[in-house]
Write a protein that binds this ligand. Structure first.
Ligand code: Z5A
Length: 220
């Protein structure tokens, strides 16, 4: 087993193709002998999974204001880092994480109007010295992404079961997309925007070599 710690995050709007891409990356990296830990937010721990159920519950009687929502995301992240991400990196694993702090900055900071800088500063307390070395933003027109997700839900007989955040209007998801572009522009060394309107194969072929390049540099 090849031991190389690397923290990679995957971001993007609903239905951008993160799960699809991460499935392929995980199996390919494992087949090359790397020790890979795959995880996601919200979630990743027992506490995180319980917080996820609350955050995504579409029940209109369960009111969650923007600040409460933010603190729930930060709480699950603090636990996720301490219990899962930090230990895995210390053991020389590649951590592939579906969403991380950039999602909070964009969804709560930009789309919920709490302010991107405010969320970034507050997040620092949950993060400690952990931050991703590589981030891929899968960029897709929100109407395309939402249609993909709804088609998948239909296939899985989940019609009408949109989660609380997915069920926000198109303008909300457009703000999300703008927010991710903003972060990518401000962090060119860490972030790469990937055109997720391309085929699944093309998306993988763009991302995988970039991960390999960083892994090779670590072995030099
Ligand atoms: N959130 C937040 O507000 N603040 C935070 O701090 C964090 C999260 C961490 C979590 O939702 C929600 O929490 C999320 C942000 C918020 N809400 N939104 N919107 P989630 O975990 O349930 O869902 P998601 O992260 O948005 O992912 P998803 O909907 O599961 O989509 P995906 O993983 O990016 O896509 P996929 O499952 O790989 O693909 C979707 C479908 O498209 C599927 O049928 C694929 O076969 C198809 N697909 C994938 N790629 C392609 C390409 N390239 N072409 C054509 N079709 C494709």
């Amino acid at each position: 087993m090849v031991k190389t710690s690397l923290f990679v995050t995957f971001e993007g709007g609903e239905g951008a193709g993160k799960t699809t891409l991460m499935d392929r990356l995980q199996s390919t990296l494992k087949s090359k002998g790397f020790d890979v830990l795959r995880t996601r937010e919200p979630g990743g721990t027992s506490l995180g999974d319980k917080i996820r159920e609350i955050l995504l519950n579409p029940d209109p009687l369960l009111t969650i204001g923007p600040k409460a929502e933010l603190f729930l995301f930060l709480a699950q992240r603090a636990q996720h880092i301490e219990q899962v991400i930090q230990p895995a990196l210390s053991q020389g694993k590649i951590v592939l994480c579906d969403r991380f702090t950039d999602s909070s900055v964009v969804y709560q900071g930009k789309a919920r109007h709490l302010g991107m800088d405010f969320v970034q500063q507050l997040s620092a307390t949950a993060l400690g010295d952990i931050s991703p070395e590589l981030t891929f933003f899968l960029d897709v027109d929100p109407s395309v992404g939402l249609t993909r997700t709804r088609d998948t839900d239909k296939e899985n007989a989940l019609k009408g079961d949109q989660d609380r955040i997915e069920g926000e209007g198109l303008s909300f998801h457009q703000l999300v997309r703008e927010g991710f572009h903003h972060i990518a522009k401000d962090n060119p060394n860490r972030c790469t925007i990937i055109d997720a309107m391309q085929s699944k194969e093309q998306v993988f072929e763009q991302v995988y070599p970039l991960i390999l390049k960083v892994l090779e540099k670590k072995h030099d």
